[in-house]
Design a protein around this ligand. Structure first.
Ligand SMILES: Nc1c(NC[C@H](O)[C@H](O)[C@H](O)CO)[nH]c(=O)[nH]c1=O
Ligand SMILES: CC(=O)[C@@H](O)COP(=O)(O)O
Length: 139
């Protein structure tokens, strides 16, 4: 049984509630345990995972959050840099599933966050579990 840390960027409560529910359900369905930590936004997620990975407490990580385009270039920065940071950690061999949504509007985000619709939180958890299994296979 693995212990998986969900790192959520809680920028939109109602959307994050759905993402976390989907991720929790997927983790528990696979027979693993989980806990959740919250950071202010997507840009803080890679750093939080990097810090948490320095302990032996967690076997894998799920990054969750929602980035919705506003009026400025900040959407690109938040989206691209959070993804880049997570990818860098993945390339270091840390098992991570990335469920940070990057959408044009709230409607797109709801459809992707809802476990009864596209369940991107559950999908990110399943990706983290798949990467953990590779980690365990390769040692
Ligand atoms: N606009 C969104 C943000 N912005 C905040 C940044 O992620 C970061 O917390 C801030 O720049 C301080 O370092 N974050 C999201 O997760 N979603 C957004 O839509
Ligand atoms: C994705 C964002 O940073 C966004 O929520 C911020 O909106 P704005 O670009 O209008 O400041």
């Amino acid at each position: 049984m693995a212990h998986i840390l969900i790192v959520e960027a809680r920028f939109y409560d109602h959307l994050n509630d759905m993402l976390v529910a989907g991720a929790r359900a997927a983790i528990e369905a696979a027979g693993h345990t989980t806990e959740v930590i919250t950071v202010p936004g997507a840009l803080e997620v890679p750093g939080a995972i990097a810090m948490a990975s320095e302990s032996d407490r967690y076997d894998a990580f799920v990054a969750l959050g929602v980035v919705i385009r506003g009026e400025t270039y900040h959407f690109e920065i938040v989206s691209n840099e959070s993804a880049r940071g997570i990818m860098a950690l993945t390339m270091d061999g840390i098992p991570i599933g990335n469920g940070i949504l990057t959408t044009e509007n709230e409607e797109q985000a709801i459809r992707r966050a809802d476990p009864a619709q596209l369940d991107k939180g559950g999908g990110a958890a399943q990706a983290a579990i798949a990467m953990l299994e590779l980690r365990q296979r390769f040692g």
